[in-house]
Design a protein around this ligand. Structure first.
Ligand code: GLA
Length: 399
């Protein structure tokens, strides 16, 4: 696709930089470089912790780590972006320690031990291309890259087949939930470890099974545009946890294990059994969103990629009105994109900021990006970052 000044260039591999920075910081060469991708979820939002369905793709943007094992139990973590350095013993990793990005990285080593693996100390240099706070899952990319490095360097064999990768994803979720204290559902870690190039990952969060759904927009003259609103999003603040608690509450009132058990066709009579308007709205989003994932997958399998746009729009409306996780920047990105040629658009990820995605005919990409920028400028918002993405590959060893 020709690059337009409106669209950011795809990322370059920072492999050599991160290895070189490792040598400078630690005074010896790393044993290798590993990476894992950020993600956008095509559809199926806030369904993962409801045992539902979601459909992420891995991004070309990845987080790279250069790493070397240590003979002792020390953990030394450096980041090229923040310049921040952590040094602590594996025994000292616990709930809330370390804080910040170090908790996600150190948490993986902690969670590997909890899962019964024998773990040693590690020196790690991080260079991430997945922007922080953009709702593109920089934390799962970091966890996946550290998990991949630890697996190889400690002979744990957790990158071999999909079953092993699913086990590593669960370990990364434990790190994020327990050490970093973000009560997230697991989609992001599965995306970082289990997505395949050119495919969307249909993840059934009830039993962890997956299907790889071919997803090649360029073949049909379309582009997936990410619109990073730069409105900072965080899963560790209370809103995400509140939505999760509302869903749990709805399931309890209905006497089911999760909202996945509520059939789409039974939704209306089921809602009557819920105590209040808010809980009904939250449940409505989850149940209809799971159905939209099914419809999206059916359209993709039928080669009707352009028709997915309408489901994007319906999903966004559901998140804005029923689940109430959108914000002014996300709504404006979605409105401007659809008003200027996008076939559909929706916020992606946890919400309350972060990124939206739009399905756009290739020849309208510059126009859509420009319209989104202008709409932001007119509202006095910081300029968004718009870039096209394709479905990338999972966590891997790079060198
Ligand atoms: C965040 C969480 C995921 C998922 C999404 C919403 O990205 O990390 O587990 O719940 O929000 O779909």
């Amino acid at each position: 696709m020709p690059l337009s000044p409106e669209i950011s260039a795809p990322p370059a591999s920072p492999g050599p930089t991160v290895a070189q920075s490792f040598s400078e910081a630690f005074g010896s060469d790393p044993a290798g470089v590993w990476s894992a991708p950020g993600r956008v979820n095509l559809i199926g939002e806030h369904t993962d912790y409801n045992a539902g369905l979601c459909l992420p793709i891995a991004l070309p943007q990845r987080t790279y780590v250069a790493a070397a094992p240590r003979a002792d139990r020390l953990l030394r973590l450096c980041s090229l972006q923040s310049g921040q350095r952590y040094e602590l013993n594996l025994e000292d990793v616990r709930v809330g320690n370390p804080t910040g990005w170090g908790g996600y990285a150190a948490g993986v080593l902690w969670a590997l031990q909890v899962a019964g693996h024998e773990v040693r100390g590690l020196d790690v240099m991080v260079n991430g291309q997945v922007p922080f706070g953009s709702g593109l899952s920089s934390s799962a990319a970091l966890e996946g890259a550290v998990g991949a490095a630890a697996s190889d360097l400690m002979g744990l064999d957790l990158l071999g087949d999909d079953m092993a990768r699913a086990a590593l994803a669960a370990i990364c979720v434990n790190a994020e939930n327990t050490i970093a204290g973000a009560p997230t559902g697991g989609m992001d870690q599965s995306a970082a470890l289990r997505c395949q190039v050119g495919h969307a990952l249909l993840l059934d969060c009830r039993d962890g099974t997956i299907a790889q759904i071919p997803f090649d927009l360029s073949a049909v003259g379309l582009v997936l545009l990410v619109m990073d609103t730069r409105a900072e999003h965080a899963n560790v603040d209370g809103q995400y946890a509140q939505r999760r608690a509302s869903c749990q509450e709805a399931a309890e009132q209905l006497g089911v294990a999760s909202l996945r058990e509520v059939g789409f066709n039974d939704l209306h009579e089921t809602l009557d059994r819920l105590s209040d308007e808010k809980t009904r709205a939250r449940a409505t989003h989850v149940v209809t969103e799971i159905e939209r994932v099914r419809e999206t997958v059916a359209l993709l399998r039928a080669g009707r990629l352009a028709d997915v746009g309408a489901l994007f729009n319906a999903s966004h409306a559901s998140m804005r009105d029923d689940f109430e996780i959108s914000c002014a920047e996300l709504d404006i990105a979605v409105e401007a994109a659809t008003a200027h040629g996008a076939l559909g658009a929706r916020m992606t990820g946890g919400g309350f900021g972060g990124s939206a995605i739009a399905l756009v005919p290739t020849d309208r990409t510059a126009e859509v990006s420009s319209a989104v920028r202008h709409a932001f400028a007119a509202k006095g918002f910081d300029a968004p970052d718009c870039f096209a993405v394709t479905a990338g590959g999972p966590a891997r060893r790079d060198s």
